[in-house]
Design a protein around this ligand. Structure first.
Ligand SMILES: [Zn+2]
Length: 148
């Protein structure tokens, strides 16, 4: 390992929502790299996500996978508008609903993933937050699609 490389201190809560083996594995597939997701060894560096076996994956590539996952999950979600700035959105697991609120151009959601990203991304991995272009979840994506 290069001595100048900074390792990011990412909590397991945030890591499981962002740089999980599944997400990193998807980024590798998109690069055409065949691999066994179960054997991936992942470290979050300041410059990207380091996989011991396959080298560095940029936060941009990770952000693209996270956007695609949110987009796919948003497809089938039932949405109910409650007021001009408030929606109820089904959870992807179908076991509840979350509130999506609009304030100006900004959408926020009451789900655990959104709150985790909002609380932790900027502090623990600002590089990924920048690559994502802001905090989102599949619920805010579902509303965004309707607002277009
Ligand atoms: Zn949400």
């Amino acid at each position: 390992m290069l001595p100048s490389v900074k390792i990011m201190q990412i909590s397991s809560e945030l890591a499981s929502q962002t740089i999980s083996k599944y997400v990193v594995g998807e980024a590798l597939w998109r690069k055409g790299i065949d691999h066994n997701p179960h054997q991936l060894f992942i470290d979050a560096w300041a410059t990207g996500v380091w996989t011991r076996q396959y080298g560095l994956i940029s936060y941009k590539a990770i952000a693209e996978v996270l956007s695609l996952i949110a987009e796919n999950k948003a497809e089938a979600l039932a949405v109910e508008q409650r007021s001009s700035n408030l929606w109820l959105v089904d959870s992807a697991q179908g076991n509840g609903k979350y509130f999506v609120m609009r304030s100006g151009k900004y959408l926020s959601c009451s789900c655990p993933k959104f709150r985790c990203w909002q609380k932790r991304l900027g502090k623990e991995c600002p590089q990924l937050l920048q690559a994502l272009g802001g905090v989102f979840c599949h619920h805010t994506f579902a509303i965004q699609k309707q607002l277009k």
